[in-house]
Design a protein around this ligand. Structure first.
Ligand code: MN
Length: 403
């Protein structure tokens, strides 16, 4: 019985929360120096596993976001640059913005990959239940590594690991993005050789950008911005990065989303804005999009809705969306208050970041979920007078805008 759990929690030292300068100003501000990736303190145990392994699988979470895709693809690019046989899996359809981050097309679905791997690395996630079909690769690995910046503390039991398997984890909850940790790893893998880091850098920069909401999230660490600036050093590069991360939907699809947001404007109450997308509306959004471009994924459309949710959060403090998809009801929650969004999502059986979190609820109808969402906010001590009003846009109301 030699299972060993190495729990390294080498977080960056905390700094006071404050809003950063606008990104475009920060990029051209000569007094704000770029920070080298060597500044991220990487636990030696993580490097030992990665250096000694020959066949490595790197897994991100599902549903995916920019950070897990960029971190997984970036780590694989770094490992390949030092001659490793490394494969990235995110077992879900990638939204267009994430496909743009995975600029080399390194990320695959679990069914397209053959094991076994001697090391399996989870990035941006610390739960076996959040990696889809990639979970089966955990069972044959000598080493399981977790690199994450959320609160979950992994252990060998919940990962279902056997006595011969070693779990090595680096969980740094005060870090803005998993990509910050991966940047440190890529740089430290082979001292004196920045090839692995350079191979990963564009993907990691995009991850940092998305997980900090373009460095607009309150409390974003200035050092993450300085790391980013080491890669995206001028406005030309920033423009290219932002253009790649902003997929365009067909005008008819966008028009429906715009109509939803107009509806939200009238339904906000007490600084909290919510909106509900019925199953019929969701189907209509997908159909209008795919009629123009069959490659548009559900994630692309969901991403456009979430962009609006972010705007609403910035304007109203709290925003939420109840999205009635075919397989269940998705709830997305945003808050300026760090922690509120994740606490409410946890009450609904989900989780996520402090300011952006989600839950996916099967076997429930949207109105019941909407009530549970409102109740969840109340349990978080939001005033009763700010009872959430859910703006509903029925399918007939948008029929004219899609025909
Ligand atoms: Mn992340």
């Amino acid at each position: 019985m030699t299972t060993t759990a190495t729990a390294a929690t080498a977080a960056l030292p905390a700094i006071p929360s404050r809003r950063l300068p606008p990104l475009r100003e920060a990029i051209v501000d000569a007094t704000l120096h770029a920070l080298p990736p060597e500044s991220v303190p990487v636990p030696a145990a993580i490097l030992d596993v990665l250096r000694s392994a020959t066949r490595i699988l790197v897994i991100g979470h599902v549903p995916p976001d920019g950070d897990c895709v960029g971190s997984a693809a970036g780590l694989v690019a770094a490992l390949q640059a030092m001659g490793k046989d490394a494969v990235a899996v995110v077992d879900d359809a990638l939204p267009a913005s994430s496909r743009a981050i995975d600029s080399r097309g390194l990320v695959q679905r679990a069914a397209d990959v053959d094991g076994p791997f001697d090391a399996v690395v989870l990035v941006d996630v610390a739960q076996r239940t959040r990696i889809g079909g990639a979970a089966r690769f955990l069972d044959g690995a000598d080493h399981v590594v977790v690199i994450d910046h959320h609160e979950d503390v992994p252990d060998a039991v919940t990962f279902g690991l056997g006595a011969h398997q070693q779990l090595t984890s680096w969980v740094a909850p005060d870090t803005d993005a998993a990509a910050v940790l991966v940047a440190g790893i890529a740089c430290a893998l082979r001292p004196g050789d920045d090839g692995p880091f350079q191979a990963a850098a564009p993907m990691l920069a995009s991850s940092m950008y998305t997980d900090t909401l373009g460095f607009r999230a309150p409390g974003t660490d200035v050092r993450t911005l300085q790391l980013f600036k080491g890669v995206v050093s001028d406005l030309t590069r920033l423009d290219a990065l932002e253009a790649a991360l902003t997929p365009s939907l067909p005008p008819a699809t966008q028009a429906i989303i715009d109509a939803l947001v107009v509806d939200v404007g009238s339904s906000r109450d007490g600084g909290r804005a919510t909106f509900s997308v019925s199953r019929a509306t969701w189907q209509q959004l997908l159909q209008t999009a795919r009629a123009v471009d069959p490659k548009i994924t559900e994630g692309d459309v969901r991403g456009a809705l979430c962009d609006r949710l972010d705007d609403l959060r910035d304007r109203h403090g709290v925003s939420a969306m109840v999205l009635d998809e075919h397989a269940g009801v998705r709830v997305s929650i945003r808050s300026i208050d760090d922690g509120l969004a994740s606490r409410v999502a946890t009450r609904l059986g989900g989780g996520g970041h402090g300011r952006a979190a989600a839950a996916f609820i099967v076997d429930a109808d949207a109105s019941t979920v909407g009530e549970r969402l409102a109740h969840g906010f109340h349990q978080e001590h939001l005033a009763a007078s700010a009872l959430l009003r859910v703006g509903r846009l029925s399918a007939p109301a948008i029929a004219s805008s899609s025909s």
